[in-house]
Design a protein around this ligand. Structure first.
Ligand SMILES: [Zn+2]
Length: 320
């Protein structure tokens, strides 16, 4: 059974309790030892949450470490309360979750990214049939945009010849059947006849038959040539067409670290203690020279007095 890796969970380490003094940075990936890329990013939502409670907050840095080889990521963020010389220094580390490709709860964005990069010629037979229908619904939303797509498969039982997806495009309703086949047979004429029957029963004119089978039989294809007056159309979509639709889907725009960076409670959950192997990946301790310079600077004094002024009227108001 194929497993689909994604760093969509995280662990938070408080570096002030894991190290005696502020350590330097991670330069190699804790998962695969490749060299990591490091860029400065704006402070996270969790930093701003803490910022509100500080008298004289000083933001040191927020860095994103990213492993181009395996996808591991880490967020390193440090800030201080200059009034109390309290320092916060955290590393949030992406955790590799292994999704079973046949899982009923695998996120469609993770499945899509996996199929696009790791398994572009999938035969889809390992994917849960409901998940497969949702994946196809995502493809249709993109291919026929703007349109409305409803995944209705879960509400109807299998084998009633029902509809899995309803699509409304330019006021036209399309009834769509999705079949995730587990054998190597071509899609037969019977399957297409069944869809034609559903269209007739529902009084609809447009349908699609989307199958993970490699192709349709000749008879199945000719079954869509119906000499009915007026608009009528059934589109037959095979495995190769599905490969194309999945390849064209935009990659998930939200990298997993962004979900953490926008989570104001990122530092409020449980803190992990760091293994010795992990600790060893950090560069030796940095000097705190930069901070000492800041405390002696005019910028610091100005800010200090400004914050004191802001704090005083509130303090006297509290006494009354
Ligand atoms: Zn790596």
């Amino acid at each position: 059974m194929a497993s689909v890796p994604a760093y969509d969970k995280f662990a938070v380490y408080n570096l002030r309790s894991n190290f005696q003094r502020a350590p330097g940075f991670i330069t190699s990936c804790p998962m695969c030892s490749s060299k990591v890329e490091t860029i400065a990013i704006p402070p996270t939502a969790a930093y701003w949450q803490d910022y509100e409670t500080l008298l004289i907050p000083v933001h040191d840095y927020t860095y994103l470490h990213n492993c181009p080889h395996c996808g591991w990521w880490g967020l390193r963020e440090s800030w201080q309360d200059a009034e109390y010389h309290g320092e916060s220094d955290y590393l949030t580390s992406g955790i590799l979750a292994e999704w079973d490709i046949s899982s009923k709860s695998i996120p469609i964005s993770i499945l899509t990214n996996y199929l696009q990069t790791k398994d572009p010629k999938s035969d889809y037979r390992q994917i849960d049939s409901q998940v497969f229908e949702k994946l196809i619904a995502e493809c249709l939303k993109y291919e026929y945009a703007p349109c409305e797509v409803y995944h209705v498969g879960s509400r109807r039982g299998e084998g009633d010849g029902g509809v899995d997806i309803l699509m409304i495009k330019d006021d036209t309703e399309w009834l769509i059947q999705v079949k995730r086949r587990v054998n190597n047979k071509l899609e037969s004429v019977d399957a297409v006849r069944m869809l034609n029957g559903v269209l007739l029963r529902e009084g609809k004119r447009f349908g699609m038959f989307i199958t993970s089978a490699a192709n349709f039989t000749k008879d199945a294809k000719s079954e869509t040539d119906i000499k009915t007056p007026g608009a009528y159309g059934v589109r037959l979509i095979n495995r190769g067409d599905i490969h194309g639709m999945i390849a064209r889907l935009p990659r998930s725009l939200e990298p997993p670290w962004e979900r953490s960076a926008s989570n104001p409670k990122m530092y409020s959950g449980p803190l992990f203690s760091m293994s010795e192997e992990f600790t060893a990946l950090f560069e030796p301790y940095e000097s705190r020279k930069l901070m000492d310079q800041y405390f002696r600077s005019d910028a610091f004094r100005d800010r200090y007095h400004e914050r004191l002024k802001q704090a005083q009227p509130k303090a006297s108001a509290d006494k009354q």
